[in-house]
Ligand binder design. Structure first.
Ligand SMILES: *Cc1c(COP(=O)(O)O)cnc(C)c1O
Length: 349
């Protein structure tokens, strides 16, 4: 059985980074978030392309991700770990030169005891209540932490994709109150925050999803192009059904293609009867249920039998696909499956 094919356009990725770098402003350093295997697209290839383009700071969720990224990038670029310094991380952090963003007094103590003098950053909670030190905790440890020379002080916005949400301004004010006057580079904004404007940029920005072609960066170029091979076609007569649970029945004769893609490939089952696949710009509706390895697509409107059909392409973004599944582009990207062939293209290749 054939498998899907994922083409990753590194030129588009670099163009997105450059656009977000320009939007961050000339005096601001633009990093790149490559957690979760580069949002499903391959952290090593993504980070190497961005490092070539000038990115010097990379962000991952866990030390394990940082360790494998270090093998890909070599020495030089800074690799910051949002999850901080967890029990068991010390060797990875120390040996591979990772910079943990310390999230609590507990992590700060662990880091200072296990790796005194080694790089670290601080993550503050400015209102999201997810990661980072609370204001009172920070007030208690700020002197000690600042004496040890953190590389970065950061926080994260909960509602940056909703520019009018008052939580943005409240978090900005809180972050300022916790860090104004501190002589350490500061970072508050991911993709959404960059688009909120210069007040939110501080010294370092941390775009993730926008690099990979997702909202809220509406001007992003698509990076992932995903197609799946057609295994067979058949003509379905009026009154016949297609797929598990006979959720789709036709009133007219239709030509149905069976395609090697399923929910095991990230074609989320909630898209059943609710998404198009594309061939040469023509939309072909997915009909019936998504099963584990197969989908069925109505290709009656095509005048050929295509070799493959596209789920992600210029006509259909990760966010359109996400809407059809009741989710967000981030989840579509990170759900991309492991059994595709992958090809990275760069420099007109
Ligand atoms: C995931 C993440 C980012 C990147 O967010 P995007 O919305 O993908 O740009 C930045 N900072 C933190 C702390 C994150 O968890």
């Amino acid at each position: 059985m054939g498998t899907g094919h994922l083409k990753i356009d590194l030129d588009a990725l670099v163009a997105n980074w450059r656009a977000l770098d320009a939007a961050s402003g000339a005096s601001v350093e633009t990093g790149a978030v490559v957690k979760a295997n580069g949002y499903g697209l391959g952290a090593g290839r993504v980070a190497r392309a961005l490092a070539q383009a000038g990115a010097r700071k990379f962000f991952v969720a866990a030390a394990e991700e940082g360790a494998s990224l270090r093998q890909e990038l070599g020495e030089g670029p800074e690799i910051c770990v949002f999850g901080g310094h967890m029990a068991g991380d010390t060797d990875m952090i120390g040996d591979l030169g990772l910079t943990p963003m310390l999230n609590s007094l507990e992590q700060l103590t662990r880091h200072f005891e296990a790796l005194p003098g080694k790089p670290f950053g601080i993550q503050l909670d400015s209102g999201m209540n997810r990661l980072g030190m609370e204001p009172a905790e920070w007030a208690a440890v700020a002197d000690i932490a600042l004496t040890a020379g953190p590389r970065l002080i950061m926080s994260h916005l909960a509602c940056a994709d909703e520019p009018d949400d008052p939580a943005n301004r409240a978090q900005l004010d809180m972050f300022r109150a916790m860090t104004d006057g501190v002589n350490v580079p500061r970072s508050l904004s991911a993709t959404g925050g960059i688009l909120l404007g210069p007040d939110y940029h501080f010294d370092v920005t941390r775009p993730g999803v926008g690099l990979y072609g997702g909202l809220p960066f509406a001007d992003a170029r698509p990076v992932a192009h995903l197609s799946f091979p057609v295994i067979q076609t058949r003509v379905v007569e009026p009154g016949e059904f297609v797929g598990y649970g006979k959720t789709w029945t036709t009133e007219h004769q239709r030509t149905i293609a069976t395609v090697a893609a399923g929910y095991a490939d990230g074609v989320i089952r909630a898209m059943s009867n609710n998404i198009n696949m594309y061939h040469d710009g023509v939309a072909c509706p997915l009909v019936g249920r998504v099963s584990m390895d197969l989908i069925t697509v109505d290709i009656t409107d095509l005048n050929t039998v295509p070799k493959s059909l596209f789920l992600l392409c210029d006509e259909q973004s990760v966010d359109t696909v996400a809407d059809a599944a009741g989710t967000i582009g981030y989840e579509i990207l990170t759900s991309l499956g492991g059994r595709y062939s992958r090809r990275y293209c760069q420099g007109a290749a």
